[in-house]
Design a protein around this ligand. Structure first.
Ligand code: F0G
Length: 448
């Protein structure tokens, strides 16, 4: 591929009636003509030899070059940067794909695989996008990077900004971010600005403030975030010997991740690296499901307005979002791949999360929407028992330990105050007696 990035890549408005293009280094987030979202595109069709790319990327896994040790920059031929440019990296990506037999049985599937993005350096999938967005911030000479966040973007940006020595400001809704995520952002030295309201109010505010160019916004509306996150599709395809699953299921909040998978698989197909794409389905929490509602209505009438959810509610705080900025890109991903969009209840999320825990894997609540959703899609017949299915776990189990402890204490309450039934409860056993009582308890636990 051409090493001159400006000749190879540009930014393009995704609106079919507009399609306006911008240079790759124009610091904008949406189209200045129609306000549409922007895609990063190649200026012309690529004619790379797929086998050469496959072996190049695979060989880098044994290299000591820091860029090769990143699961994102290992795929740098598909990223809009000069091939030898310095990168801001924490050796993100290269996350495990686990077989999950207990989750498969729970979903009544022959098999199920979990792509655990919680194994990234800050414990969530955001790192794969943030390495690219902060690298671009350095290319542009940004003097302040910023985001709105439900917590994981905050933790990730805080870490990458620290690595790049960039001042960083984070807007979060007061009292709505898990302690673990807040702790990470503080520890990495970000300035955390707590705002009355919810994630959507933070997002609106920071977008407004970014308009005068005084800060560089790295939420997923920034197309460079999507570029980094699309590499997960490449990594997954590689892990599956370039034979993609029948279904890929992701949680939906601000809808950057589903958009990125859509773009990744579209590019894999265009480059001849895969022969077909998986059906991409998005799962939302029922109380924070504007995309699912829109998708259902859109099946019957195509010219519908997207209606934001004004008061999103879910214990899966990562996806407590009512005005997702990337819904048009996510819709494109779901429609192109013949996927679907669905909701799951708080109870279903909690149960699925506990089952994923019993695999010895664990995840945060938002990630468990996937397994809960797959179970429903199997029951509905959308997913067949013998199909190959991958669920994307977006965050680490330690991201929200209050939720876990409450669940196993049988005291987890939804926002509506409804008590979640702890079907897979595993509470600590109080042993008050001496050695004999302890011996009896241990005997009762021993495998027969
Ligand atoms: N899962 C987790 C663990 C998340 O943190 C998020 C989003 C999502 C799923 C949804 O991904 O927004 O791309 O659809 N968290 C953002 C944040 C909003 O600020 O950390 P999405």
């Amino acid at each position: 591929m051409n090493s001159k990035v400006a000749e190879t890549f540009l930014q393009r408005c995704i609106e079919p009636d507009c399609g306006q293009t911008y240079d790759i280094d124009t610091p904008i987030y949406t189209c200045t003509i129609c306000n549409g979202l922007l895609d990063i595109s190649w200026t012309e069709q690529q004619n790379e030899d797929p086998d050469r790319l496959r072996s190049l990327w695979s060989n880098r896994k044994t290299s000591n070059d820091p860029r090769d040790q990143s699961g994102v920059w290992r795929f740098r031929e598909i990223l809009p940067f000069e091939q030898n440019s310095a990168v801001v990296s924490l050796k993100e990506g290269n996350t495990p794909l686990y077989n999950a037999p207990k989750s498969a049985a729970y979903c009544q599937l022959d098999s199920l695989q979990l792509k655990h993005q919680g194994a990234n350096p800050t414990g969530s999938f955001k790192d794969t996008g943030m390495t690219v967005a902060t690298t671009q911030a350095c290319v542009l000479g940004a003097r302040l990077v910023a985001c709105a966040s439900t917590g994981n973007t905050a933790a990730s940006l805080a870490a990458y900004a620290a690595r790049a020595d960039l001042p960083c400001a984070i807007l979060v809704p007061t009292g709505q971010v898990s302690h673990a995520k807040l702790a990470q952002a503080l520890d990495y030295g970000a300035r955390v600005l707590e705002i009355e309201g919810n994630f959507d109010s933070c997002m609106r505010l920071i977008r407004e403030l970014s308009e005068d160019g005084s800060l560089y916004l790295v939420n997923s509306i920034n197309p460079f975030r999507i570029e980094g996150q699309k590499t997960v599709a490449f990594e997954l395809a590689e892990q599956l010997e370039w034979d993609v699953p029948d279904h890929l299921v992701v949680p939906g909040g601000n809808l950057g991740n589903s958009s990125a998978f859509g773009k990744g698989f579209r590019e894999l197909l265009a480059l001849g690296l895969i022969k077909r794409v998986p059906r991409i389905s998005v799962v939302q929490a029922a109380g924070a499901s504007p995309f699912a509602k829109f998708f259902a209505a859109h099946q019957h009438s195509v010219n519908l307005q997207f209606v934001d959810e004004l008061n999103p509610r879910t214990l899966a705080s990562a996806i407590k979002i009512g005005a997702p900025v990337s819904w048009k890109k996510a819709l494109r991903a779901v429609e192109e791949t013949k996927g679907t969009v669905l909701t799951v209840t708080e109870q279903e999320i909690a149960d699925a999360k506990a089952v994923i825990g019993t695999e010895g894997i664990g995840c945060e609540p938002a990630s468990a929407t996937t397994v809960a959703g797959i179970r429903k899609l199997q029951l509905d017949g959308f997913i067949k028992t013998d199909e190959k299915v991958v669920a994307v776990l977006t965050g680490h189990v330690l991201k929200d330990t209050d939720y876990v402890i409450d669940y196993h204490n049988n005291s987890l309450r939804a926002d509506s105050d409804e008590l979640i039934t702890s079907k897979f409860r595993n509470r600590p056993i109080q042993v008050s007696g001496g050695r004999e009582e302890l011996r009896a308890v241990l005997a009762s636990l021993t495998k027969v």
